[in-house]
Design a protein around this ligand. Sequence first.
Ligand SMILES: [Zn+2]
Length: 161
Amino acid sequence: MDIRAGTGIDFHILVEDESRPLLLGGIKIPGILALKGHSDSDVILHAVADAILGALGEGDIGDYFPDTDPELKDMDSGRIIKHAMELISKKGFRISNCDITLIAEKPRISIYKPSIIKSVADLLSIDQKRIGLKATTTEKMGALGRGEGVSCIATVLLISD
Ligand SMILES: [Zn+2]
């Protein structure tokens, strides 16, 4: 049996933009807040994808989905996860669990947690019980504490029989 752990971290600038949807783990969070970025800026999915790529030793999401590619503008980040999942099966692994921590003063995600967990579990093809999702703040310290952005840290464990 082979076991691989991976960590991913991502940051996006938080803005008020009613025209841009705010996506976290593939779930639309209603309101005027949005995350800036080239793709749909789903900070949770980006951290999870980088954790998978890290566990596989396969670089990072920027290697496959560069933010300079005009075709990838506002791209659904589910595509990034699908690509990472293809690499997992190509290398003979499966996901044992995924642990996610969102660091943000806003938005508050407590009521969306069950939908985000279900969405991420579906994307990773694992049971919802194998997803950990926590949210924390920086106690108002620094740029994240001033609500200038949102960060996410994700850890995955990959196993092969
Ligand atoms: Zn990102």
